[in-house]
Design a protein around this ligand. Sequence first.
Ligand code: SAH
Length: 341
Amino acid sequence: MLSDFSFDEMKEYARKLGLPAFRGEQIFNAIYSAKSLDEITNLPKALKDIIAQDYPNYKILKKFESKDGTQKFIIEFGDGNIVESVLMKYKYGYTVCLSTQVGCRMGCKFCASTLNGLARNLSSGEILGQLLLINRDKGGSEKNRQITNIVLMGSGEPLDNFDNVCKFIDLISSSRGLNISQRNISLSTCGLVDKIDLLAQKNYNISLTISLHATLDEKRAEVMPIANRYKISEIIDACRRYYDKTKRRIYFEYTLITGVNDSDDDAQRLSKLLKGLNAHVNIIPLNVVKERNLKGTSRLFAYQFADLLKSHGVSATVRRTMGEDIGGACGQLRNQVLKNK
Ligand code: SAH
């Protein structure tokens, strides 16, 4: 698909079709403005016919708006697969939460995205497409970017789709793209150790976020099957290597689940694990996924847990929950449009 191409690759594509380079630039600009082929006015019909089969045909199928202003977009790809993407408004601008896979195969017990397993990976251009469509929806275009921050925290495990996610980071942070600073991009992973090492080699300026959610391997395995593959200590070691290479602070996500990871001992163990690492912990109150019967703690408890971490010298905050009423909060994205919604 043409949205997989960088600016230079697009010019090369045009050249191979025997076209002048400016045609490549026109196609590139149209894609970054999220125009459909029909809306492009500066390309001859014959050329549009030629590129039609490669031109992106993703679209916004539906939008939901939360009382808190958060918006959820259902985005459909050419093959009928859909993903959800979320737009959050902060003081400094818009943050978009993008999906990297249709579904997910990690099987975390608290997360809706994995309920139906993995359908397929998204290409770099499909990850990008979510952002381009939402940018346009907010009145933006290729020259007028409305989105400031990106979090790769939608459905899917980004490091399970490593090459396409890296290509996406290259595309979006390119000066011939929307030019979003890598510092404004967060990638969240359940902790695929070998891929964390590969990512470190890329030396991106992005923020790496680890979904830890437990301090003991047995407890982690109760809710995250990936814990049977990688030990917590191996993940933390990989984070240390990542930090040594990139000098980027590491973020940890810790969703409080009653009776699984919420004891005082957990807070103490967590602070020990993170000792000496430039780390910050985001406490996420559990969002309800109706198919699962895990219980979350109260917000008040989350603040107390964060205070406990702070008293052990760990930087910690409680994440604001956004978009819960539209199924747009952490762990609520799914690869299925719910009936009657
Ligand atoms: N697969 C990646 C990306 C998902 S990011 C990862 O595991 O990091 C979404 C974040 O929300 C992760 O930290 C995830 O663990 C967390 N999450 C998932 N389900 C949740 C739920 N029901 N309530 C709160 N947080 C949840």
